[in-house]
Ligand binder design. Structure first.
Ligand SMILES: [Zn+2]
Length: 297
């Protein structure tokens, strides 16, 4: 599932193509994805200028002339791919990375649910084979009170996300720190990949109770979260299955994972056995956690 760095990368790509342009034509190919599309979506997009973009957690907001914003969530498998003028329909692009078991591969057009074309011929298609994504419209002035955004915690890359604010959010929590960091109300935008990588860098076990993290451990965790997200954005995100950038290229942060999906490999922080038996994997709340059994406490 795309996490903050992947959403940020897609959004920057779309912004470079769409900001300042007009959506001359829009078309929906089905009634909705996870939820129905807003009434008359295609008509309401057509003829609108694109004024800019904003990301909130794993959501993109495309701001239109006329005071409305389009909320886009990529869900599990969603892609937004932009094609320059003259290149025709957006093809299904399979990732070429080490994890190229592209699910739902095949005819991309069958999975292209929303298409927008600019006046000068750019074409942006929203593909989502598994249809967990969503698209909604709202007044720009009411973005932050949208039902999907209202409960989100702080943006981890903003200055307001500090050891003190995270400590406050974790105080008294009896859940494992991993679960707390996946809770979008504690901090927005993290998922299984970046939580694993940040906890490794901070030397904190994914099993540690969240209520014991405030203080010095939060002081290590906050810069680790910020660093891993910044490095991942720099690398264009992580392409595991479906994720590609808006230009169809894959991201490269999967080549720089320390622990995520690396169980059985030597731990990058440790000298090897017998000191550290390598990256370990456990299952928490039905999802894999990857960590160093020696340095993460
Ligand atoms: Zn280790």
């Amino acid at each position: 599932m795309p996490e903050l760095p992947e959403v940020e990368t897609v959004m920057r790509g779309l912004s470079a193509v769409l900001t300042g342009r007009t959506i001359a034509r829009a078309e929906t190919r089905r009634a909705g994805l996870r939820w129905p599309f807003p009434e008359g979506l295609a008509d309401r997009l057509s003829g609108r200028g694109v004024e800019g973009f904003r990301r909130r957690g794993k959501y993109m907001l495309m701001r239109l002339s006329g005071g409305e914003s389009v909320l886009i969530h990529l869900g599990m498998s969603g892609r937004m791919v932009a094609r320059p003028p003259g290149e025709g329909p957006v093809p299904r692009i399979a990732p070429q990375g080490a994890f190229s078991d592209a699910r739902g591969a095949g005819d991309g057009l069958a999975h292209e649910h929303l298409v927008m074309e600019t006046g000068d011929g750019w074409r942006v298609g929203f593909q989502d084979p598994r249809r967990f994504g969503c698209v909604d419209l709202m007044p720009t002035a009411a973005e932050d009170s949208h039902r999907l955004l209202a409960g989100l915690g702080p943006e981890p890359l903003e200055a307001g996300f500090t050891a003190a604010s995270l400590s406050k959010a974790l105080a008294g929590k009896g859940t494992p720190i991993k679960a707390a960091l996946l809770d979008q109300g504690v901090v927005a935008g993290l998922g299984n990949i970046y939580v694993a990588e940040a906890l490794f860098r901070a030397g904190i076990s994914p099993r540690r109770l969240a209520g014991t993290v405030p203080g010095a451990r939060a002081g290590r965790l906050v810069p680790a979260i910020k660093a891993v997200l910044e490095e991942a954005i720099e690398a264009g995100g992580s392409s595991l299955r479906d994720y590609v950038r808006s230009d169809g290229e894959i991201g490269h942060f999967q080549d720089r994972f320390h622990v995520y999906d690396r169980h059985g490999h030597p731990c990058p922080h440790c000298p090897g056995p017998p000191a550290c038996t390598g990256v370990a994997r456990i299952v928490q709340a039905g999802r894999s956690s990857f960590f160093c059994p020696r340095t993460q406490r």
